[in-house]
Design a protein around this ligand. Structure first.
Ligand SMILES: [Zn+2]
Length: 138
């Protein structure tokens, strides 16, 4: 099973290894690869005259959506990973509360309603609770 933590780790690994963003794309005039095709170059800067293209695509005529997708995902993917981590932090802040039990302090999750003694480092949530801790490093 792929977890959110797995997805975030993949996004962060790809981000760390790739050419820094943002990336830009430019569509050339038809020609080059095949008749009617428009080559699209993906660049780490907004100067398409430079030879530092990251990739070239053959796009269908008048269709530059693939180039736009690739260029935008360079910065969008790590932004979405950051947003997911921030949302998870907010969910946990909202969900986990201090409570009192017969034998002392406890913590209770307002989402799954499980509780555990406050002195335990482990938390006890329902298996599908969105307030469960993510794996380390996320
Ligand atoms: Zn919970």
């Amino acid at each position: 099973m792929t977890t959110n933590a797995d997805l975030i780790a993949d996004a962060r690994a790809l981000d760390a290894e790739a050419t820094p963003g943002p990336w830009f794309y430019f569509i050339s005039e038809p020609g080059g690869f095949e008749r009617g095709a428009k080559p699209a170059g993906i660049y780490p800067h907004d100067d398409p005259n430079d030879d530092e293209a990251i990739a070239f695509l053959r796009t269908a005529e008048q269709d530059d959506t693939d180039a736009a997708f690739i260029a935008r995902t360079r910065t969008l993917l790590p932004q979405l990973a950051d947003a997911l981590v921030a949302l998870h932090v907010d969910v946990r802040k909202w969900a986990i509360r201090e409570a009192h039990s017969e034998d002392g302090k406890a913590k209770v999750c307002g989402v799954c309603m499980h509780s555990w003694p406050a002195n335990l480092s482990d938390e006890y949530h329902a298996e599908d609770c969105p307030a469960r801790p993510m794996e380390p490093g996320t």
